[in-house]
Design a protein around this ligand. Structure first.
Ligand SMILES: [Zn+2]
Length: 459
């Protein structure tokens, strides 16, 4: 015990830097964390000290200040010092979580309001309660059997496509029903509709087009060719924990009711320009309502950003090259809207042009595939020169993560594809397809993301 506390004191006292800042002065020596008094010019100061990888102590000295103080804390959201912002909370010296204000799409940027008294606060990462299982390594998603000469792999994306693309639409605007959905249907594409399904809200002057067009949205949900996602009830943020719980939870429940037989897992975007005041971590809300944060990494397609069709083409080509997930998002579409119909159509044409390389899907579909794959591995059970039996292990929660995985099997030259049979553990034949032009021959087929054994045999 003694040794540990001496070491801790050394670390706190000398090992890591300690800085006093007031007003606008910043420091990068907190491993990218920036702490300052927000818009402040007065006698009070804050001392910040990094006491662990994800732990920063803030000491407030108000001096002669009597008004409450706003402390701005910016956590690195990229690079080697990145913080897992969804797991961050701020506690006082008694360990109580404090209300923190954040923008809906900048969860790494915190505003803490405190009284003008000498006190200490800690910004830290809360360990998520359901710890991630140890994930299989990338090479475990591939097997090569020397006895049968077969090899198999879990495809990077559905159907072995080179890249994935999601087309998102925010704010349940009327033109999503009148323009976006009919055009997507014309092309046979699936979009993701971030809806605000709340009724009129006395705290907001906004109109709520979802409720005005409820029957049309219901009809769209029934057809089930588009994905719905959670953009919160009213797109106005929240004033406290209970309000945030309602804004997120009630929106999810409305979507679940629209898709009663679907997985409850949904994409969440709290919305740009919204302010959220909560003592809880974002993870609390994500876990409770089976959500994943889909607010970042997307290209805005509003015409005001300029030259969208050609910017998109480059954005897409980059993702095809990197075998990644290309995300774009729209607001209203049509005349006098955020995007013109002409520009929207140009983008759909570009996607169509690259269709043979793309998995065009909903954000939850793509997220599920990505997560399931990360939680999966293949192992050889047994084999002989005419047969291979292998097991798929998948550790993701099967109730939420129900997107089929694509398996690929490479045949040895001596195996004529027409005589190859793939069966599941119930000895039922699985429909496979030969990848055109593949040499050696590559077969593909879909399986449920569950633990199961598959047999490949030469008849
Ligand atoms: Zn929005």
């Amino acid at each position: 015990m003694y040794r540990v506390s001496v070491l801790t004191c050394l670390l706190i006292g000398f090992g890591l830097p300690n800085f006093a800042v007031s007003g606008e002065s910043l420091s990068d020596n907190l491993a990218g964390v920036k702490v300052r008094l927000d818009k402040y010019d007065g006698p009070a100061t804050v001392h910040s000290q990094r006491i662990d990888r994800y732990k920063v102590r803030i000491d407030v000295d108000p001096k002669t200040e009597s008004k409450e103080l706003a402390i701005r804390i910016e956590l690195p959201n990229t690079g080697p010092n990145v913080w897992p912002a969804a797991d961050v909370e701020v506690i006082d010296s008694k360990g109580r979580a404090l209300p923190v204000r954040r923008n809906g799409i900048e969860w790494h940027n915190l505003l803490l309001t405190v009284p003008a008294v000498q006190s200490t606060y800690v910004v830290h990462v809360v360990e998520p309660p359901n710890l991630q299982p140890q994930l299989p390594a990338e090479n475990e998603r591939h097997i090569a059997d020397p006895v049968s000469g077969l090899s198999s792999a879990i495809a990077n994306w559905h159907d072995g496509q080179q890249a994935a693309i999601s087309i998102r639409f925010d704010d349940s605007h009327e033109t999503h029903l009148s323009k976006a959905i009919p055009l997507l249907r014309e092309y046979g594409f699936r979009g993701t509709f971030m809806i605000n399904p709340g009724e009129h809200d006395p705290n907001s002057r906004r109109r709520f087009p979802f409720q005005e067009h409820r029957t049309e949205w219901q009809a769209c949900a029934k057809r089930n060719d588009q994905e719905f996602a959670n953009h919160t009830m009213h797109h106005r943020g929240a004033l406290n924990d209970a309000d945030m719980e309602y804004q997120i939870g009630a929106a999810s429940k409305i979507i679940w009711d629209l898709f009663p037989s679907q997985s409850k897992l949904l994409a969440l975007n709290l919305g740009g320009g919204t302010q959220w005041l909560t003592t809880k971590t974002l993870r609390h809300y994500l876990d409770k309502y089976y959500l994943f944060d889909a607010s970042s990494g997307s290209m805005g397609m509003d015409d005001v950003y300029g030259n969208r069709p050609s910017a998109f083409r480059q954005h897409l080509q980059r993702h095809i090259k990197n075998a990644g997930w290309c995300r774009i998002h729209y607001h209203s579409i049509g005349k006098n809207c955020s995007s013109s119909e002409t520009n929207f159509r140009k983008v759909l044409e570009t996607i169509k042009e690259h269709k043979s390389q793309l998995w065009i899907a909903g954000m939850a579909d793509i997220y599920k595939y990505q997560t399931e794959r990360k939680h999966s591995k293949l192992t050889i059970v047994n084999s002989d020169p005419h047969h291979l039996s292998f097991k798929l292990l998948c550790l993701s929660d099967a109730e939420l993560y129900n997107q089929p995985l694509t398996l690929e099997v490479t045949l040895p030259k001596s195996w004529p594809p027409k005589r190859v049979l793939v069966k599941n553990s119930q000895n039922k034949a699985i429909t496979t397809r030969i990848v055109q032009g593949s040499n050696p021959t590559l077969l593909r087929f879909e399986v449920d993301p569950l633990e199961a054994t598959y047999n490949i045999q030469l008849e």
